[in-house]
Design a protein around this ligand. Structure first.
Ligand code: IPE
Ligand code: IPE
Ligand code: MG
Length: 253
């Protein structure tokens, strides 16, 4: 059990370099959790939804502003159809069961990723989650669903190319800001911290552009076991990091 640092929470620390503004989470390890407990993988994913609920609640409580969760990658189509179907089923259930509550809590939902290949009803549910919560501003929940960082970058490049072709901007005007503004995450700051549960140490195509200077935190905890305590551990680790962004250690001139 980690002692709860006093520095977490609004308003004193919100938006400072102590409390991250935006956390991204690669929610990994559902399958391993299930097999270690002698359960089907689908049960691991179900427990994963509960971990998501706990984590969103904890983030709200700690005064986090933006949370992006990686729910389904453009590479997850490589899994058996039965598993993909089960994951879509869970997204349906999550939106149907939680949208009303999240909306009443002032959560604004954003969806990152492509709609290519998604069943129509899933696409409509994602639109509904976004439109119903569009005027909220207490907490931003980004759902990366059918998301791949490279796919997002390619779409952004195409969008910019179209603008050039239409004469809206010139090639010379393209800079990093133009690019960030063409990404799905355009209304989010870059993530200060990316957490990956499970035992892997990779990004697996998550927020590839946006993570250029993110702090990375890997934990052995499998996603179904993640919650407030584990989020606090990650935040505590974050406070020990020195972010230099290519500059020098403060006071080292
Ligand atoms: C994460 O858990 C959920 C998704 C990728 C959708 P996994 O299903 O990848 O679990 P492991 O990695 O097999 O344990
Ligand atoms: C990353 O996990 C994708 C999500 C958590 C949605 P994966 O389990 O798909 O990643 P790899 O295959 O281990 O890289
Ligand atoms: Mg995995």
């Amino acid at each position: 059990m980690t002692a709860q640092p006093a520095l977490f929470g609004r308003p004193e620390t919100s938006g400072t370099d102590v409390m991250p503004r935006h956390i991204g989470i690669i929610m990994d390890g559902n399958g391993r959790w299930a097999s270690r407990n002698g359960l089907p993988r689908s049960v691991g994913h179900e427990r994963g939804v509960e971990a998501l609920r706990r984590t969103v609640r904890a983030g709200q409580k700690m005064g986090l502003e933006y949370l992006t969760v990686y729910s389904f990658s453009t590479e997850n189509w490589r899994r058996p159809v039965s598993e993909v179907t089960a994951l879509f089923g869970l997204l349906r259930t999550f939106i149907k069961q939680d949208l009303k509550r999240l909306n009443s809590e002032g959560v604004k939902i954003d969806v990152f990723g492509t709609r290519n290949g998604l069943p129509d009803d899933i696409s409509k549910l994602l639109d509904l989650a976004v439109s119903e919560t569009s005027s909220n501003d207490k907490f931003r929940l980004g759902i990366a669903f059918n998301y791949g960082g490279r796919e997002e970058i390619v779409r952004a490049a195409a969008l910019i190319a179209q603008k050039v072709q239409a004469g809206e901007i010139t090639v010379e005007q393209i800079d990093e800001q133009t690019f960030s503004d063409a990404l799905d995450t355009r209304t989010y700051p870059d993530p200060d911290l990316i957490i990956r549960t499970g035992e892997e140490r990779r990004l697996s195509n998550f927020l590839v552009w946006q993570s250029a200077y993110s702090e990375l935190y890997f934990t052995e905890v499998l996603w179904p076991e993640f919650g407030e305590e584990q989020l606090r551990d990650a935040l505590l680790a974050f406070t020990t990091r020195e972010r230099r962004f290519g500059g020098l250690k403060s006071g080292a001139a």
